[in-house]
Design a protein around this ligand. Sequence first.
Ligand code: HSE
Length: 318
Amino acid sequence: MNKVTVQCPGTVANLVCGFDILGMALDAPFDIMEVRLLDEPRVVIISKDGFPLPSDPAQNTAGAPLLEMLAELNGDALATAGRRLSRPVGFEVSITKKIKPGSGLGSSAASAAGAVVAANHLLGNIFSKEDLIRFALFGEKVASGVKHADNITPCIYGGVTLIRSIFPLDIIPIPAPPLHVTVVHPQIEVRTSDARQILRKQVLLKDAIRQWGNVAGLVAGFMLQDFDLIGRSLEDVIIEPIRSMLIPGFDAIKQCCKEAGALGGGISGSGPSIFMLSKDESTARKVEDIMKDIYTRIGLDHHTYVTTINQQGVKVIA
Ligand code: HSE
């Protein structure tokens, strides 16, 4: 086999209170990527849509992880692990992007995770999921200047994931009840690097204590399938008060959606998308109507998704 096609899910990072440590994969939107084996050690990027993504693999979120993978394939660590390949390989990557860059829905992570899962499939799955996350982190570094794993981890694992630590990697998949997710993406772009730059570097102890309570409550709520606890814990006293200023209509959307029965929600990743969790689909649809209505009144173009938690992560489809 020298070619594979993968479907790469969008993701919601942070899950409100878990900045950089919690994330969740979505059934929609998703990207499609095709990766082909080359017989020389290089990476070629082909973009099949109108987004102005860098074609230099070192600057591309799919390319940088693959260059790291190639470097490791040619290095000693793998040779001693008996995984050195008998012939040189490279990768040609074609990306059909449906997750808009700068949407807060893990667009860069989908490219990074999709590329490494597809390449690993072509190599006979010689790398572990943790290895793939290590490579994919280089894509996030290119995209936002920082290695954060809260999009790539759920993108590769599926479901809800906790990243207790990046160095060394310590990942805990969190079993969550089936939930319905409504997302609105107002058509403005928020660059993750900018949305990180504006954050305060220090937090008050009282805010940290409240945030710890919420993170623990959210994880416990997922595991106990306690919907009220999930709802109570979807509170962020550190990041949201600052970032929400970049998102028109944020407070109104959050309040009205909760009044309509949503468990809660907040900024998806670094925004501008907003997500809400609901117990049933009819509430999730009501929430969608509210989001549309508010942005229509503001006069801001927007896209919505009513979806569910993706359980599989990046999936080989051909
Ligand atoms: N945890 C990251 C942030 C996710 O909020 O900056 C970016 O998608």
